[in-house]
Design a protein around this ligand. Structure first.
Ligand code: PLP
Length: 428
């Protein structure tokens, strides 16, 4: 059904396809293991000679149904659920990078991803160079080395709300013989499908809009199936050379377009764990069923609030790519014509102190370490999510010290504005 239907229908119908007498609603397969008749049957699964379930750390029917819905929404050939967005981004890169390798990444990314790439992956011997995503192709190309294995960016960056020029990034990556990995968390496939613009791998923190109700942490990696690993076989030995842990199996030969996502599942997930629990996958699926209804409302509310903030005398600056005054307006019109996301960054007259005072004055809108939720919420990245970053790193990551990140929910927009208004009025 995947290619026939619109995104709206896929949100509701893709994934779980019950057969005669099976439950209409996706069941939670709350089982670590699966039964076989003979030892030989099970052995064939371990050798990847047959596909089937045997242990939930590798695959589980509930998770697979939800992963295939996400793959269908993104227009990919396959997907894998992970326990968090962090795990998704780690696996997406680690699937093709090993000690001694290098990759290039936009500097305006989520602080957690920045820490993972700049600090933790460095300890594994994988080095990352951060680049200004708005720089020219020539400038960004200078960061590439012979051992560079991928380019990484976020469709809409968290929390700077910068829009990535995906086609430009894809051209740069491909001219260096490496794939482009795009974290599409904020846009979701409802507003942008990076594969249509040349990205090869997409990742998600499903914790955000996909779940949408702040019930479960999760992630996903989606494979477009488009990158030709064999054409750059020397760069990607993990995919194009025998895997000792499967008796010499070669992923590109055995799985073709599914090579990358199969390796991520049967090798990385087998060895490192970080699965999404079937119960969380079930909840994620409920969220996905209304993603196409919620996203337009998030965007419509955010647009009105951004315009209202821009006109307010106590507001110094507003960053929302739906505003005509915004640096990323043209890119947003190109890549996100139906709306971007519900997240707005803004600053009040003053600095850190005024931002904190404003947040403390809010009544309905809560201060939470979260974003992209049905309920409007707010956060001060310099004091919270990005507090490990130095002032220099903050600026590089596009996070001003006075930046307030407002995640606009799906309540009545007038009620949200009323709360923001009373909180701003009280700021001295
Ligand atoms: N990617 C983006 C764009 C995010 O905003 C986040 C979290 O805020 C992550 C990845 C990490 O996801 P998680 O919190 O699910 O591990």
């Amino acid at each position: 059904m995947e290619n026939k239907f619109s995104r709206e229908t896929l949100c509701v119908q893709a994934g779980w396809q019950p057969k005669k007498g099976e439950p209409r609603v996706l069941p939670i397969y709350q089982s670590t293991t699966f039964k076989y008749e003979t030892s030989e049957q099970m052995a064939r699964l371990f050798d990847l000679e047959e596909s089937g379930y045997f242990y939930t750390r590798l695959q589980n029917p509930t998770n697979d149904a939800v992963a295939s819905k996400i793959a269908a929404l993104e227009g990919g050939v396959g997907a894998m659920l992970t326990s968090s967005g962090q795990a998704a981004n780690f696996y997406a890169v680690f699937n093709i990078c090993e000690a001694g390798d290098h990759f290039v990444c936009s500097s305006t990314i989520y602080g957690g991803t920045f820490n993972l790439f700049a600090v933790t992956m460095k300890k594994l011997g994988i080095e990352c160079t951060f680049v200004d995503a708005d720089a020219s192709e020539e400038e960004i190309s200078k960061a590439f080395r012979p051992n560079t294995k991928c380019l990484f960016g976020e469709t809409i960056s968290n929390p700077g709300i910068n829009v990535l020029d995906i086609e430009k990034f894809a051209r740069i990556a491909h001219s260096h013989g490496v794939p482009l990995i795009v974290d599409n968390t904020f846009a979701t496939p409802i507003n942008c499908r990076p594969f249509e613009w040349g990205a090869d791998i997409v990742t998600h923190s499903t914790t955000k809009y996909m779940d949408g109700h702040a019930t479960c942490v999760g992630g996903a990696v989606v494979d477009s199936g488009n990158f030709d690993w064999e054409a750059h076989a020397d760069k990607f030995p993990g995919l194009t050379r025998p895997d000792e842990s499967y008796h010499g199996l070669i992923y590109t030969k055995a799985f073709g377009k599914m090579a990358y996502i199969t390796k991520a599942t049967v090798q990385l997930m087998r060895d490192l764990g970080s699965i999404q629990s079937p119960e969380n996958a079930f909840l994620l699926n409920l969220g996905l069923e209304t993603l196409h209804l919620r996203m337009p409302r998030h965007c419509e509310n955010a647009q009105k609030i951004a315009e209202w903030l821009e006109a307010h005398p106590k507001v110094k600056w507003v960053n929302y790519c739906g505003l005509k005054s915004n640096k990323y307006y043209d890119l947003a019109q190109k890549y996100l014509p139906n709306g971007s996301c519900g997240v707005i960054a803004f600053g009040l007259n003053g600095s850190r102190e005024e931002a904190i005072e404003f947040m403390d004055n809010l009544k309905m809108i809560c201060i939470v370490t979260h974003v992209a939720d049905a309920r409007t919420c707010v956060l001060h990245p310099a004091s919270h999510t990005h507090r490990q970053l130095s002032d220099e790193q903050l600026i590089e990551a596009g996070v001003a010290p006075d930046l307030i990140r407002l995640s606009v929910g799906i309540e009545n927009v007038d009620d949200i504005i009323a709360d923001i208004s009373q909180a701003i009025e009280k700021v001295k």
